[in-house]
Every structure is written in C-alpha cells, then in structure tokens.
Design a protein around this ligand. Structure first.
Ligand SMILES: Nc1nc2c(ncn2[C@@H]2O[C@H](COP(=O)(O)OP(=O)(O)OP(=O)(O)O)[C@@H](O)[C@H]2O)c(=O)[nH]1
Ligand SMILES: [Mg+2]
Length: 352
C-alpha cells in the first residue's frame, strides 16, 4: 500500500513523517522539498536514478538532494528511498509512505506530486491550522477525492500555534463543515486528525493511532487498495483507455495499435516469431530477438515486466532502464518502451 503525505507548501508534511518514523529528513523554513521521498521498510538511504540503479547515499547527500541543493535541475522522475525499521510500516513490502513536494507551490512541484498521487492508494492531506479554510483548497480536495475514490484522511497540523481553545473550536467547526463531504465509507467521511509537529511541543497521537491501525489491519488495507484500484480503472476508462481484461498495446511493430490480451499467460516482446507473441520486424532499431516479458499478476493487480537481457534495454515511461532479469511492477495504464521511445507499449485492459 502506497500512502502519500501531501498538502500545501510548508504545512509540516516532512516534520510529521520524521516524528512518525523517527527520521531526520530535512525540514527547513525556506527551501522546498523537491523530490518524492519513499519511506520503506529497510535501512539506508538511496537515490533511484533513471537508469534503474539505486545508489547508496550518505545522510548529507540525501538531504541536499531532497532540498534540491545539489542538483536543482534533477529529473522529477528520480526519487529518494529511505529505509526505516518502524512497525508502522507493517511487514517488509506491505506499506510505504511517500513524502511529496508542496502542492500549489510551483507548477513543477505540483505536477511531481500529482503524478505520485496517481500511483498511490491513500493520501494524507495536511493543512495548516492557521491558514485552514481558504477556498482555494477546495480544488485540491475535489481532485484528491476524484483521484483516489475518497481514500483521503485529513491532518490539521500546527495546532500548537492556535492561540486559544476558542480558536481550536473554530478550526474544528470549519474543518468538520468543509470536509464532511469528502472521504468514503471505509476511511470515513471527513476523517480529521489534529497534530502538532512543532519541534518544541509535538503531538501526533491521532496520526500515530491511525497509522498503527492501518499497519495492523490487512483487511482494511486491502479494502482501501481495492477502492483505489477501482477508481484508477474508472479514471482510465473515462480517458477512453480500457476495460475488463488486462492487455498490452504496442504502438509500433507488427501488432501496432492492437490490444494483446494477457489473461494468465506471459507474453514476450521481440523479433523472434517462435518465442514472441508481440512481434517486431527484423531490423527494428532497439528491439532484440527476445526483448522483454510481461505478465498480469492478478493478486497484486499489476503487470510484471522483465527485461530479457536485451541489447538496448527496456525502459519505463519515466525513462528508467530496467535491470535485466529483475521484476518491475506496473500499475494499469503505466507504459514502457523497448530500446527506443518509438517502441512504446501501453498497458490497460479491454472488454472481453
Ligand atoms: N510550530 C509548528 N511548526 C511546525 C509544525 N510542523 C512543521 N513546523 C515547522 O515548519 C517548517 C516546515 O516544515 P516541513 O515539515 O518542512 O514542511 P513541509 O510541508 O514538509 O514543507 P515542503 O515539503 O517544503 O512543502 C519547519 O521549520 C518545521 O519545524 C507544527 O505543527 N507547529
Ligand atoms: Mg517537506
């Protein structure tokens, strides 16, 4: 399960994650978080570069990258992975948290975050208690509700900066009023958690309790993932992409433009007519005889893509090159290409 922590610039996203997981990711009053940081079960910090390799990072290097100090022009598809041993991440591979750049800061950062949200199952949307209730936030609420089928919980942070109990009651009333429409049956409607991630006086007990519940309840996680998946399908369907059976659609080669249904079978892409179901003419630039394989993993509801040691490599949409033989999980609608961007393949599903 992928959980994105998102919200406006400087609402306290990274501070909350630091408190939750005992991390020391950089929080600075001025510089913006520029990259998505994935907190996963494990240890060490890594940079995930576009060629698919993970490079171990020293803490200083990691922090500079997160704040975009080292390389401001870095690609948005690059990301940081931070390993952590917290029980709040369940067993290895079960849950991960994505710390995202602030929404509505710059168009570039908002796009990085929205792209991340499309691939997540649940969002934790963080507000600043002192600026809460601006109606421009309404747009973010609507977008997230639509994108994740209501799999959103709300954190109202910086409650330590409210001056009085009266102010707190006022924020609570506004929040209940504004958020009651959002959410869904499983996560609750207007599920609001009040926090302070102040270095002096922190209180994240409500957030901690929510995340603990999630970590300990596989049935709840599955129900949320099902909702996110259904919604992802629906959104893709609205875009005219798909329905029903998982399929791959090569945009070049001999089956260009046709959807090849996967069912339970693994399909192979390449120039060898004996071994490959999706064929490319001999001499197609970038395509090997047996290039890559794709199979539908019904349990995970994801495609599994593997490069078969091809000469020119297999790439994800974001330009990341696959490590030969390693399995990569693609959500419905995520694509890849063989050796050259001209050999793009879309994934999706079609009516049986
Ligand atoms: N008083 C108070 N300060 C907070 C709280 N949460 C965060 N801060 C401070 O606000 C500043 C920004 O916090 P961050 O955690 O970096 O905020 P962010 O949402 O991750 O920021 P971006 O990722 O850059 O959008 C830091 O100086 C934090 O110490 C809070 O609840 N109360
Ligand atoms: Mg941050």
């Amino acid at each position: 399960m992928r959980i994105a922590v998102c919200g406006k610039f400087k609402s306290g996203k990274t501070s909350l994650l630091n408190l939750l997981f005992g991390l020391e990711l950089p929080v600075q009053a001025v510089t913006a978080t520029r990259l998505v940081t994935r907190i996963i079960k494990g240890n060490g910090s890594y940079m995930e570069t576009e060629d698919g390799t993970r490079t171990k990072l020293a803490t200083d290097e990691r922090n500079q990258l997160i704040l975009g100090e080292n390389n401001p022009g870095q690609s948005p598809s690059a990301g940081i992975v931070v390993g952590c041993d917290s029980p709040l991440l369940g067993e290895a591979g079960e849950m991960e948290f994505w710390d995202t750049p602030g929404l509505e800061d710059t168009a570039e950062l908002t796009e990085i975050t929205m792209h991340a949200l499309e691939r997540c199952d649940l969002a934790i949307l963080v507000f600043d208690a002192n600026k809460f209730g601006s109606w421009c936030e309404k747009m973010t609420l609507e977008n997230l509700q639509d994108l994740l089928g209501g799999n959103v919980v709300y954190v109202i942070n910086r409650i330590d900066l409210l001056n009085s109990e009266e102010d707190f009651m006022h924020v609570k009333r506004s929040a209940n009023y504004l958020l009651k429409e959002y959410g869904n049956e499983v996560v609750g409607h207007g599920h609001i958690l009040y926090t302070s991630a102040s270095p002096e006086k922190s209180d994240i007990s409500m957030l901690y309790a929510f995340v603990s519940k999630l970590a300990g309840d596989g049935t709840l996680r599955q129900a949320l993932c099902d909702i996110a998946w259904e919604r992802r399908m629906e959104n893709l369907r609205k875009k005219g992409v798909l329905l029903k059976k998982p399929a791959a659609c090569p945009l070049s080669g001999q089956q260009a433009g046709t959807a090849v249904v996967l069912d339970d079978r693994q399909i192979c892409f390449g120039r060898d007519p004996v071994q490959c179901q999706v064929l490319y003419q001999d001499g197609t630039p970038g395509v090997s005889r047996v290039h890559c394989t794709l199979v539908w993993h019904a349990g995970r509801r994801e495609f599994v893509l593997a490069d078969m040691n091809s000469s020119y490599g297999t790439y994800l949409d974001n330009g990341m090159r696959l490590i030969p033989g390693k399995l990569y999980f693609l959500k419905m609608g995520e694509g890849f290409y063989l050796g050259d961007v001209n050999n793009k393949v879309l994934t999706g599903s079609i009516r049986a």
